[in-house]
Design a protein around this ligand. Structure first.
Ligand SMILES: CCCCCCCC(=O)CC(=O)SCCNC(=O)CCNC(=O)[C@H](O)C(C)(C)COP(=O)(O)OP(=O)(O)OC[C@H]1O[C@@H](n2cnc3c(N)ncnc32)[C@H](O)[C@@H]1OP(=O)(O)O
Ligand SMILES: NC(=O)C1=CN([C@@H]2O[C@H](COP(=O)(O)OP(=O)(O)OC[C@H]3O[C@@H](n4cnc5c(N)ncnc54)[C@H](O)[C@@H]3O)[C@@H](O)[C@H]2O)C=CC1
Length: 311
């Protein structure tokens, strides 16, 4: 932990001229991404508050974090299982849960938002956070596809706003995209990069363009895979096998769709097809609509393009 403590102790100035270090991180949204972000933040020595509107989600997320930490500990302390247990306990003790975003914002140096991919809900949340967080608090959204500037405009702190886009599964994927809007101050940007690195990720700088870097390429690919299936060009399984063995991807597009969540995919495609109606690559899919309507959301609901044992 000495490395993490050094990183955390480093101070930086915010655009309001106060010296602050990111010690306390509030993660809003305790789902797939929020729980992963809370985990890596706590693993790197930060105190974390994880917030969700659903108490049930919070309980499930705490259990998932524990399971994930045990996997990390098994590797990290392969020959010393007792140290692994201590590590898991210590990291868990740094994560508290809360169902009130306004209250949780009060102690935050950094808020990372990872709630449902809906602009109105995100704006409403950030307005509340802005009214309750201290002046120095930096806000970041983990949005996959929404413009950071549209989310940020619900606040009075555009200079202390940016994007921190993590990848699923957060404890494993090594990248964080750091997105700045024109108003993001240099200090805020540097702080976001420093935080990304402190949690052990490689950071890349992205402009606030649709999908940033990764999703601008990934979304059209995944949407086209669904269109291939709709056209009857090949089965989901064969497309997955083809992309794994023919292109070297760790998961095929349907496995990845189930992993990401079909509701999240639908939110992304619906938003982009509305905003860019002339872009055929962003066209949404009737098959996806139907699956989401029927509650087939992928791994998290137990069924998507494939079926899973419900946890
Ligand atoms: C329409 C538009 C849609 C776009 C949606 C937008 C979404 C976004 O905004 C951005 C995204 O996140 S896109 C998704 C990016 N993620 C990927 O592409 C994941 C692809 N899959 C993989 O890398 C591996 O299958 C994976 C790593 C998942 C699993 O690997 P394996 O198949 O080899 O399985 P394992 O052997 O179980 O795991 C490999 C090593 O990783 C460790 N591990 C896995 N999951 C973990 C977890 N949750 N917590 C902690 N550790 C974990 C596991 O222990 C193992 O470690 P080693 O023993 O050292 O190999
Ligand atoms: N699923 C993925 O692979 C990735 C998703 N993202 C983005 O991360 C964000 C979250 O996605 P997931 O974790 O997959 O979704 P999820 O559906 O697993 O989790 C979202 C959570 O937010 C909670 N929530 C909704 N409104 C809330 C509010 N007002 N206050 C507090 N909590 C609230 C829900 O109860 C739910 O638990 C989205 O913006 C998504 O685009 C980014 C990278 C990858």
């Amino acid at each position: 932990m000495a490395f993490a403590a050094n990183v955390l102790a480093r101070s930086f100035s915010t655009s309001v001229g106060r010296q602050a270090a990111i010690k306390h991180v509030t993660v809003i949204g305790g789902g797939l991404m929020g729980s992963g972000i809370a985990q890596v933040a706590a693993q790197s020595g930060h105190n974390v508050t994880m917030v969700d509107v659903s108490e049930e989600v919070l309980k499930k997320s705490q259990a998932n974090i524990e399971k994930s930490l045990m996997r990390v500990a098994k590797k990290k302390f392969a020959d010393k299982p007792e140290e692994g247990q201590t590590f898991t306990k210590e990291v868990l003790s740094r994560i508290s849960v809360n169902s009130d975003p306004a209250q949780a914002a009060k102690s935050a140096d950094l808020v990372v938002e990872a709630i449902v991919e809906n602009i109105d809900i995100k704006q409403k949340l950030f307005k509340t956070l802005d009214e309750n967080a201290p002046q120095h608090t930096i806000f970041a959204s983990n949005t996959s596809s929404l413009p950071i500037k549209d989310i940020a405009k619900a606040t009075q702190r555009l200079d202390r706003f940016g994007g921190l886009h993590f990848f699923n599964p957060v404890p494993v994927m090594k990248l964080v995209e750091v997105i700045r809007i024109p108003e993001t101050s240099d200090d805020t940007f540097k702080s976001l990069v420093a935080f990304g690195q402190a949690v052990g990720k490689t950071t890349v700088e992205c402009k606030d363009t649709p999908g940033f870097v990764v999703n601008r390429l990934l979304v059209p690919y995944m949407a086209e895979a669904i269109r291939m299936l709709e056209r009857g060009d090949a089965t989901a399984k064969d497309i997955d096998v083809a992309m794994k063995l023919g292109a070297g991807y760790p998961m095929g597009p349907f496995e990845l769709s189930d992993y990401v969540g079909l509701d999240t995919m639908k939110f992304i495609l619906d938003g982009w097809s509305e905003n860019f109606p002339d872009q055929p690559l962003f066209k949404s899919s009737p098959l996806l609509d139907k699956m989401v309507e029927n509650g087939k959301l992928g791994m998290k609901s137990g069924e998507g393009f494939y079926t899973y044992n419900k946890k």
